[in-house]
Design a protein around this ligand. Structure first.
Ligand SMILES: C[S@@+](CC[C@H](N)C(=O)[O-])C[C@H]1O[C@@H](n2cnc3c(N)ncnc32)[C@H](O)[C@@H]1O
Length: 323
């Protein structure tokens, strides 16, 4: 079957969105005693997408979030999308979901998120989840900082209860970084360097890059080190108690990207660990199904998810220092 025109998604996107739906339902259930739950979607997309193999239309992150948790679902939604797509997305979502408080902010989300958080300040006590799903290197560290600081000080002074930050599930563009940081050092432009520094909020990517360029570490180790650096920054600089990476690969075994979950919450960790393990267990069946479907259309790369079965949290290691 030839998929209809439109933005088409590979298998890995469906894996990611299925996991998102599962986590959001768990999040909503775990926080159902609270009167408000806030959902932030920094790269909100078009509301739906087309499966590259089957041509089937299926819901994107915005609709998944709007439908998560049924009666105990999210109460406030803030979507962020480029200006040329935001109006259409808002019209579509408001028409299909007339009840909840929905806003779509148009423009670069790195600029619009701080203002949206300021507007939500009175709700800083509310359980809040942010999905950060860029196409590549568009996310700035400063935006992650703003999200991590949003709920600061919501507990009464002297309260013995832990204070939870906004939970994040972010796409870390592993292959985008490797592409941006060209192996031939003379091809690395100042704009590329600035993009990497903007994403990590530090130049500590340089020691990893230098070792890679010198041939002292293989590409796979460099990728692991970049993911580790982001996790380290989330835990040690922003104070998240746990970060959980999940790797997605294409059918040829090449890493596409990692999803990184950051939370302060034991329940969040338990729920996401079980979702990672369930996704890993589904992979062989999904691969088979995808291969069966691609018979006759072998030029399509279906992509698969990859995470070691039996996933458990391991803390990040101290990143390499400049020599
Ligand atoms: C991977 S897609 C998101 C898919 C979406 N999460 C879904 O599940 O339907 C990335 C989206 O980010 C948008 N985008 C790119 N740069 C952006 C920016 N700086 N600010 C906000 N949105 C951006 C693109 O227009 C694109 O729709």
């Amino acid at each position: 079957m030839t998929p209809p025109p439109g933005r088409s998604w590979g298998y890995w996107t469906r894996v990611k969105l299925q996991m998102l739906g599962e986590y959001l339902s768990g999040f909503a259930t775990a926080s159902k005693e609270q009167s408000e739950r806030v959902y932030l979607d920094a790269f909100a997309g078009e509301g739906s997408g087309l499966d590259r193999l089957t041509g089937e239309e299926f819901p994107g992150s915005a609709r998944i979030a709007l439908e998560a948790g049924e009666k105990a679902g999210f109460t406030r939604f803030r979507f962020f999308e480029l200006a040329n797509k935001a109006g259409e997305l808002e019209a579509q979502l408001r028409a299909d979901y007339p009840g909840p408080d929905i806003k779509v902010l148009g423009g670069d989300c790195n600029e619009t998120i701080p203002a949206a958080l300021a507007e939500l300040r009175a709700l800083k006590w509310a359980p809040t989840f942010a999905f950060l799903d860029p196409d590549g290197m568009q996310l700035a560290w400063e935006t992650i900082v703003a999200l991590a600081q949003h709920k600061r000080g919501y507990r009464a002074p002297g309260s013995l209860k832990p204070e939870y930050k906004v939970e994040l599930w972010m796409l870390f563009p592993t292959s985008g970084i490797v592409r941006t940081l060209a192996l031939e050092a003379e091809k690395l432009s100042p704009a590329d360097e600035a993009r990497a520094t903007r994403l990590f909020g530090t130049e500590l990517w340089r020691p990893i890059y230098n070792l890679r360029v010198a041939g002292e570490i293989p590409g796979a180790d460099a990728r692991e080190e970049y993911v580790n650096l982001m996790r380290w920054r989330l835990e040690r600089h922003l104070g998240y108690r746990f970060t959980h990476p999940f790797e997605l690969k294409n059918t040829r075994g090449a890493t596409l990207y990692h999803m990184i979950f950051a939370t302060d919450n034991d329940a969040g960790t338990r729920i996401m660990e079980s979702i990672y393990n369930a996704a890993a267990a589904r992979v062989p069946e999904m691969q088979k199904e995808a291969r069966d479907r691609t018979l006759g259309q072998l030029s399509l790369d279906i992509g698969v998810a990859a995470v070691a079965e039996g996933y458990r949290y391991e803390p990040p290691w101290e990143p390499r220092e400049p020599i």
